[in-house]
Design a protein around this ligand. Structure first.
Ligand code: SF4
Ligand code: SF4
Length: 390
């Protein structure tokens, strides 16, 4: 397993020709880049960042904390990858930003706040970026009467296990109700927060550890309710040279399959106006747009209304890429803009499929008194009466 992502990105950074399209929405009516919208300075747009990176890796610019900070003032939402006009280049934009952050880290310029993520995660009492005592999940295994070995592993993820336990418990109940043969492992952080902030030092060891735990559980499939874990397990582990030997699914994919096959059926009515927020790590990063919408549409009585910016064009919740820990006030301001957009739909319920989005949207909901019920789609389904068929 290699310890770093491919170095090829250095030879393509110069391809950005500074046209500037990456910072607009598809209709060019507004800025789509939270970073440019906040700082209103070209270096904070993707094109500007590409040229900053080019200058740094070619030694035309000297590394400094101020320049490194520009690299970190970006939630890696990927909206620029949808709007860059250069087809053969746009898919690399977020990877290049992350790889440049790894350079910043290696040169000693990772910002102080983001460094906490690594410090806490590498601590053998924690193995998670929240600094909580590591849970080996044995209590949960006992509570839900889970076997030692099973076809599926439910990889809970740190945010669900230490901050959004309602989502964790709803997922556990749903999997049980649906009769899925699953178990839990003593998991360590998937390393998403570290990869996103360029702190790759311990990533290969954590990847090896998690893969071995999953293999020891005899599982051929892994499921997670976290968009960040999903992207990391499914995409980044292989980027770091890992050979998984199991398939990775988001919980939404399993629910959609069970609904389609008639193995579960939602019986109760849910008579609320609901809108859906696309998590960047599920949508733009993994192209999963229709799965949650298909699930929502299978709920009797629901009135589903899209926000103006949806799917590829969705506005970020502002939590990703180390922005939540690095820029806490700005992070909830980004979420506030999403909630204002949700208000325009007339919805009272805002649902999503990521515990990290849930956290940040809830923080903004509380701080700005927006009055929404913020609930993960798994929790919403868990509240309803479900018929299970063999
Ligand atoms: S990833 Fe998002 S915030 Fe970062 S440069 Fe691209 S559009 Fe802007
Ligand atoms: S990243 Fe793409 S859209 Fe943005 S300035 Fe460069 S080439 Fe143009």
């Amino acid at each position: 397993m290699t310890s770093e992502v491919s170095q090829d990105w250095k030879s393509i950074v110069h391809r950005c020709f500074r046209c500037g399209y990456c910072k607009f929405t598809h209709s060019y009516s507004d800025f789509n880049c939270p970073s440019y919208k906040e700082y209103k300075f070209e270096t904070y747009s993707t094109g500007g960042r590409m040229w900053l990176i080019y200058g740094l890796i070619n030694n035309d610019l000297k590394w400094s904390q101020d320049l490194a900070n520009v690299l970190y003032a970006c939630p890696t939402c990927g909206n620029c990858t949808e709007n860059c006009k250069f087809e053969k280049f746009k898919g690399f934009l977020v990877d290049i930003i992350e790889a440049a952050r790894a350079e910043a880290f290696n040169n000693g310029f990772c910002p102080e706040n983001q460094k906490f993520l690594l410090e806490r995660t590498r601590n053998s009492n924690n193995y998670n970026p929240y600094g909580e005592k590591n849970s080996d999940n044995s209590e949960l295994k006992k509570k839900y009467n889970l076997p030692e070995k099973a076809e599926w592993v439910y990889y809970i993820g740190c945010t669900s296990n230490y901050r959004q336990q309602d989502l964790r418990d709803a997922t556990l109940r749903l999997l049980k109700k649906a009769g899925i043969d699953f178990t839990l492992i003593d998991e360590h952080c998937c390393t998403s927060p570290l990869i996103r902030t360029g702190q790759n030092e311990i990533v290969p060891d954590f990847i090896n550890y998690n893969i071995n735990q999953i293999r020891n559980a005899g599982a051929s499939k892994v499921i997670t309710s976290c968009a960040g874990c999903y992207r990391t397990l499914k995409k980044d582990y292989e980027k770091f040279g890992a050979d998984l030997g199991f398939e990775v699914f988001h919980t939404g994919e399993l629910i959609k399959k069970l609904l389609k096959e008639g193995k579960i059926k939602i019986l109760s009515n849910y008579e609320n106006i609901v809108t859906y927020h696309d998590p960047c790590h599920l949508g733009r990063h993994m192209d999963m747009y229709e799965v949650p919408r298909d699930i929502i549409k299978s709920i009797p009585g629901i009135k589903f209304i899209e926000m103006k910016r949806n799917r590829e064009n969705a506005w970020c919740c502002g939590a990703g890429g180390g922005v939540k820990i690095g820029y806490p006030d700005w992070s909830v301001e980004i979420s506030k803009e999403r909630l204002e957009e949700a208000k325009e739909t007339g919805a009272t319920v805002l649902t999503s499929m990521c515990p990290f989005c849930r956290t940040n949207l809830s923080d903004a909901n509380k701080k700005f008194n927006m009055g929404f019920e913020i609930i993960d789609l798994i929790e919403l389904i868990d509240q309803l009466e479900i018929e299970v068929n063999d």
